[in-house]
Each structure stands twice: as C-alpha cells, then as structure tokens.
Ligand binder design. Structure first.
Ligand code: 13P
Length: 251
C-alpha cells in the first residue's frame, strides 16, 4: 500500500506573516491526520517560520527548488543543506515553471535531484507534457524522456525518498484538469518507465502525485484511480480550507 501524499506548492505567493497564518490554518484542519503525508512548500524566505509554525504536527515543509552545490559563489541560489537547516524535509525539483519559464534542462534537473537526495532531502520530482506535445501524440515520449533523463543514476537506496508529480502543463493554473482516466493513463505509463529503470517492486512502491487544477470538487474522483497516490496543489493550496478538503479527499 502506498501512503497518500498531498503537497501544497505555494509558488511565489505570501509574505512571511501570510505564510505562517496559512500554515497555522492548515495545521488546525489537518495537522493531526496520520493516514496521509501532508507537505506545504512556501518560498525560501518563509521556510523557517513555516517550519516553526507546523512543528510537532503531522505537516512537513518543503522548498520549491534546491541548487546542486553545498555553498559557494552561486549568487541567488540555495543549497539542500540550508533548506534542511531551515526545518524543511522536502523539495520540489523540476516544476514546469522552472523547466519552461526559467529554462532548466533534464540534465540540470538530474543533477539537482541526485544532489538533493544525497544531502538527505526528500524530493517531489515533476514531469508533464505541454499541450502541443499532447496534441502531437508525444505525451509518452516526453514523460519517458523526463523520467529517464531526470532520474538516471539514482541509487536504489534513495528511491523511498522520491515522489513523482505528474503535472500536465496544460492543466496548471488553467482550471482545466486532466480527467481521472487521463491522469491514470499517464501514471500507469510513468510507473512502467520507472519499472524499466528501477525494477517492478521499486516502481510499485513509488508514489505518483497528480497536479494541475486540483480542487476540492475534483480531488476525490482523481484519487479514486489506482495509480493516483496524492496531489501537488497550486492555487487551491493557498486557502487552508480548500487545501484541507483536498487532503481529506486523499485519506
Ligand atoms: P494549480 O493547482 O494552480 O493548477 O497548480 C498546479 C501546480 O503547478 C502545483 O505544482
């Protein structure tokens, strides 16, 4: 049985004060649930304050990215060691906004993923096709490339700290959600690719989240699919009650 995992990606939203208030709201509503892993991912500047706000609860904290060095002359970057020190246990790597707005490549994301895991962070690794790629029938090619290039060389011992997030780019922030069938199809395919790389048992044990316009009213239907193991939520994670409703749909 894979334990469900629901994470809120707050993206570039909320001041420190607003982040703490949101974290406290989430804590009140779902902080004592143990049947689902809950993670909130504020901006770097709010990581420590949010970690303090959820301390002692079931809620974990994650960063939204992590660089590939420990320290040094890398202006603007943050290392896994600093993220851990701030009280976070997780990081997102390879979010579509970093792939497509910032221009991060599969090779860099592979380095980031490996380094973050080596340093002791848990990773939510994002994959997902663009609308034109889906329309051109290339969804599987894109997912295979992102998984094979992004996760190559990962030691089997660290796989338990890795979660995949399937986020079709056309569903992110658009209000358009993949149907449960579309999500299941992509998750099944992704699990096959993972099985090819790491073996069937490891692939069966790995959790695959769905992300892209997840809301309280579509979460339960998506979660009913066998290979949807939780969610990575953007917009609907910015309100404690809607995020909590999504968490509860995955219980
Ligand atoms: P939305 O839930 O706002 O579509 O964002 C999804 C996402 O990008 C989470 O990482």
């Amino acid at each position: 049985m894979r334990k469900p995992i629901v994470a809120g990606n707050w993206k570039m939203n909320n001041t420190i004060r607003e982040s703490v208030a949101l974290a406290q709201g989430v804590r009140e509503l779902v902080g004592s649930l143990t049947s689902v892993d809950v993670v909130v991912c504020p901006t770097y500047v709010s990581l420590h304050a949010v970690a303090e706000a959820v301390k002692g609860s079931n809620i974990a904290v994650g960063a939204q990215d992590a660089y590939v060095k420990d320290s040094g002359a890398y202006t603007g970057e943050i290392s896994p060691r600093m993220i851990l020190d701030a009280g976070a246990a997780w990081t997102i790597i390879g979010h579509s906004e970093r792939r497509h707005i910032i221009g991060e490549t599969d090779a860099l994301l592979n380095e980031k993923c490996r380094f973050a895991l080596d340093c002791g962070l848990k990773v939510m690794f994002c994959i997902g096709e663009l609308l034109e790629e889906r329309k051109a029938g290339k969804m599987q090619d894109v997912l295979r490339r992102q998984v094979e290039e992004g996760l190559k060389g990962l030691p089997a011992a660290l796989l338990e700290n890795l979660v995949i997030a399937y986020e079709p780019v056309w569903a992110i922030g658009t209000g358009e959600t993949a149907t449960p069938e579309q999500a299941e199809e992509a998750h099944v395919f992704t699990r096959e690719v993972l099985a090819g790389m790491f073996g069937r048992d490891a692939a069966q044990a790995m959790r695959i989240q769905y992300g892209g316009s997840v809301k309280p009213d579509n979460a339960a239907e998506l979660f009913s699919k066998e290979n949807v193991d939780g969610f990575l939520v953007g917009g609907a994670s910015l309100k404690a009650d809607s995020f909590a409703a999504i968490v509860k749909a995955a219980c």
